[in-house]
Write a protein that binds this ligand. Structure first.
Ligand SMILES: C=CC1=C(C)c2cc3[nH]c(cc4nc(cc5[nH]c(cc1n2)c(C)c5CCC(=O)O)C(CCC(=O)O)=C4C)c(C)c3C=C
Ligand SMILES: [Fe+2]
Ligand SMILES: [Fe+2]
Length: 353
């Protein structure tokens, strides 16, 4: 076999013998990974996405013999239509994709710009469920010559249902490689000063632009079943710590900042207090104005735009509340990118510079 080889590689390792496989320039890959998203809002794309997501044992821990009949008999027949309708409310029609994909792409592009001085670094982005898949993007990084890859699950607070399943998929794909790149993962960063500060600045800026002062500000995190917490998942503690540090950083009187959990799924008890019930209770207790933000989401998505900016606001107003505002996620803002860049540079230590 007459294999091609690049002059750069030849200079680095000397001329390659005939038949030697191609040698690429040594690169370092950074892969940003978020949860995932359907390719469209119709029944079949929604079903494909939900099937992949809800078949993950890290997400639904019930025994398969119990869960699969429910998943295939009920959930995958009913939920695609309902969720598709919800996605339609927030769909990015210009790009024909969900906001989560739009924001994750923007984060990848902006991180690449910020790291452009590091000539060996290649940035890419992918999704745990749906496209672009982790496997496809890891292959693309390897193809570009990455012998080292840093995988960044985009979740500030660790949960087995999010961080661990991204890492599982990353290592599962690496395990298929003869020449496996060196691998690192970014740890949770729920208490990193750069993250707390970015949240605080985005809240302060948003509140300064309002014509009312919210009596309560609610940090609404995605929930997990209570049973996962009891089995040792640190997610709840990570969320509580983020809120505590944020309250300290903002210097607010105790009680103004509240912590709640949203997006319940299925019949089990989930982490409490629930966001929707809290909206009802606050309005009923005579609270007239509320701001809600989502510190656990690195990018706005169905769960923040439809469930919180949309539904939670409706619930608050229907029960007597007057003013409701949703504070956007950090997304690809300068503050948000400061957090991502800080974590990536720190975890690349020894690999760059
Ligand atoms: C048991 C089910 C679920 C667990 C556990 C769970 C944990 C969890 N999820 C996120 C972040 C996101 N979830 C999103 C959507 C979503 N989540 C579930 C179920 C569980 N999540 C479902 C069924 C869905 C799909 C939408 C629907 O049908 O309602 C999203 C949004 C994706 C998008 O495209 O916009 C995110 C993000 C976290 C952080 C988490 C645990 C910590
Ligand atoms: Fe979820
Ligand atoms: Fe806790």
């Amino acid at each position: 076999m007459n294999a091609p080889f690049t002059p750069a590689a030849a200079t680095a390792i000397g001329p390659l013998p005939a038949g030697h496989p191609p040698v690429k320039a040594k690169k370092v890959g950074v892969l940003l990974v978020n949860l995932g998203t359907p390719d469209g809002t119709d029944f079949w794309p929604m079903r494909r996405y939900l099937r992949e997501f809800l078949s993950d044992r890290r997400v639904i821990e019930w025994p398969r013999a119990l869960w699969y009949p429910i998943l295939y008999g009920i959930v995958l027949n009913t939920r695609p239509k309902k969720s598709g309708h919800a996605y339609e409310q927030i769909w990015n029609r210009e790009r024909n994709e969900s906001p989560l994909r739009t924001f994750t792409r923007a984060q990848g592009e902006k991180l690449a710009e910020r790291l452009s001085g590091e000539r060996s670094v290649v940035v890419d982005w992918g999704m745990r469920y749906g496209k672009p898949s982790i496997a496809e993007r890891v292959d693309a990084l390897i193809e570009k010559g990455c012998e080292r890859i840093l995988c960044f699950p985009l979740y500030p607070q660790y949960s087995a249902a999010t961080t661990a399943t991204v890492n599982d998929k990353f290592f599962e794909h690496l395990s298929t490689k003869r020449w496996m790149p060196a691998a690192r993962t970014v740890p949770p960063y729920h208490d990193e000063p750069v993250y707390i500060d970015a949240l605080a600045r985005s809240i302060e800026t948003h509140l300064a632009g309002l014509d009312f002062e919210p009596e309560r500000v609610v940090a609404s995190y995605h929930g997990i079943p209570q049973s996962y917490f009891k089995a040792g998942d640190p997610y709840h503690c990570h969320c509580q710590k983020t809120s505590r540090l944020l309250e300290e950083r903002l210097g607010w009187a105790p009680g103004r900042l509240m912590t709640t959990f949203q997006s319940r799924f299925g019949p089990e008890e989930w982490l409490q207090p629930y966001t929707d019930k809290t909206m009802e209770a606050l309005a009923r207790d005579g609270i007239r104005s509320v701001a809600v933000f989502n510190p656990g989401f690195v990018a706005d998505c169905l769960e923040t735009l439809e469930e919180i900016a949309g539904e939670a606001g409706d619930i608050f107003r229907e029960h007597g509340g007057a003013h409701f505002t949703h504070i956007p996620c950090l997304n690809d803002s300068a503050e948000g990118m400061d957090v991502i860049e800080h974590m990536v540079r720190r975890e690349l230590s020894g690999w760059i510079g």
